[in-house]
Design a protein around this ligand. Structure first.
Ligand SMILES: [Zn+2]
Length: 457
């Protein structure tokens, strides 16, 4: 049937007036955003986390450590609170206590709270260090307990402050690339791997940026940016945010009034190179800050519509436990670290306590409108997860963060699990786990991500 030209014109005119899905909705319900930040540098000379070789507590601070909050609201009851911190990790009990306080005091439910840490190795010790084969475990544990209570209170307060100063705002996504991260698993020629730069190993050089601007004057309120690289340029005796701390400082200097929040990515097997000079940490920070600036010069993707989130802890299985006889052999070995672990596990068995068969591993998916899907995974996730999920999730933007909501140990992919080495399982000797992860670690986590993503259609 041929449509007369004037009818066609009428149809075109009417269709132009019809609301176009999310965009029209975004106009009807503008987002709001608020930010807050606080210095969390320990006031006392605490023990530091990240390198067992340190023989003394911190000798002051090279730069302050910060915790920061961004709260986004979609105008229809959907919100998300993103907390970032210049810390080596976030213990599970800190995450759970903060989530409880934020829900009770500020009405934001746990699945809508994301806590990500930069993994700086120049921050305070956060773990209970008793049973560990390290110096001064009692003092470390006592300091860590007090400091973690301070963190819960500070995180909760920051969410409240961000809510109190929220304004009508728009959000955009841009990205660029930055090259100082390199794969750190170099084949040793004998079937194993050593911690050394491997320019041929997989990397994820993407720098995703969430740009939040006040609607009233277009001023930048927040820049959330990510990068997949261990925050280990420095092994230092002073508190320092490493490259992520420098980058955040430089971005805030370039955008007065804005809060810069760094989210570490899937960087379990990624190191910054070159390393071991303070000037390199600053240079890498400048490189990353410049990547954020160059991203801001690219065409942005406007975000709008509902903010949705889903989260769960999955029982991530450990591999087959060692037998008592195997533990007794290990407890008597010259490997002090492994002997300490074996003695701990034997002590548990002697006390009649069963060794855990799995660990409650946190998986979170947040959707900012229908364009940006943010996947937040616990632990030191290797880069394969980011590369795989960016391919498998069929959304315009997929941003995968590691070091989120609990940093319990390394999370290898199946490839890295098969290869073995430090990230494949050896690093778990530093913890009190009965075995490394089971071989289906990657499939279990990826399956959970896809399940959560489907809940958010
Ligand atoms: Zn690490």
């Amino acid at each position: 049937m041929k449509i007369p030209w004037f009818v066609a014109l009428l149809i075109l005119a009417v269709s132009c007036l019809l609301p176009v899905g999310g965009q029209e909705k975004a106009k009807a319900s503008p987002w709001k955003a608020g930010t807050a930040s606080a210095v969390i540098t320990p006031e006392k000379p605490m023990w530091m986390a990240g390198y067992a070789a340190r023989k003394a507590p911190a000798e002051g601070a090279e730069m302050d450590l910060f915790a920061k909050a961004l709260v986004l609201e979609d105008g229809e009851g959907g919100s998300v609170a993103i907390l970032t911190a210049d810390l080596i990790g976030v213990p599970r009990d800190v995450r759970l206590a903060t989530a409880g306080q934020v829900a009770a005091q500020h009405g934001i439910p746990p699945e809508r709270l994301l806590i990500n840490v930069s993994h700086t190795h120049c921050g305070p010790e956060l773990r209970d260090s008793r049973n560990k084969n390290i110096d001064d475990p009692e003092r470390r544990s006592a300091e860590a307990k007090d400091y973690c209570a301070f963190l819960v209170a500070t995180f909760t307060r920051l969410v409240g402050e961000a809510l109190a100063n929220r304004v009508e705002a728009g959000a955009e996504y841009v990205h660029a690339r930055c090259g100082f991260a390199m794969n750190r698993r170099r084949p040793d020629g004998k079937g194993g791997f050593r911690n050394a730069p491997n320019p041929d190993g997989p990397v994820d050089h993407r720098v995703p940026v969430l740009h939040v601007k006040a609607t009233a004057d277009e001023s930048t309120r927040a820049l959330v940016f990510g990068y997949a690289c261990h925050c280990t340029t420095m092994g230092y005796q002073k508190f320092n945010g490493d490259y992520a701390g420098y980058a955040q400082g430089m971005i805030e200097e370039a955008h007065p009034g804005a809060t810069a929040l760094f989210m570490n990515g899937c960087s379990g097997d990624q190191n910054p190179y070159p390393r071991r000079e303070l000037s390199y940490a600053e240079s890498h920070g400048r490189s990353l800050a410049l990547a954020v600036e160059s991203a801001l010069g690219t065409p942005p993707r406007s975000l709008g519509g509902p903010i949705r989130a889903a989260m769960k802890e999955i029982p991530l299985a450990f591999d087959t436990h060692p037998t008592r006889a195997e533990l007794e052999v290990r407890a008597a070995s010259d490997d002090r670290l492994d002997a300490t672990l074996a003695k701990h596990l034997l002590g548990e068995l002697d006390a009649g306590r069963a060794l855990p068969v799995d660990y409650p591993y946190p998986v979170q998916v947040i959707r900012l409108g229908s364009d940006l899907t943010l996947v937040a995974l616990g632990g030191e996730v290797v880069v394969d997860y980011s590369l795989r999920l960016q391919k498998e999730i069929d959304d315009p933007v997929v941003w995968v963060a590691g070091y989120s909501n609990d940093v319990m140990t390394y999370i290898p992919s199946r490839r890295v699990w098969d290869e073995g080495g430090y990230e494949g399982g050896d690093a778990m000797k530093w913890k009190l786990f009965p075995a490394r992860w089971r071989s289906d670690v990657e499939e279990s986590i990826v399956r959970a991500v896809h399940e959560l993503r489907r809940e958010l259609e």
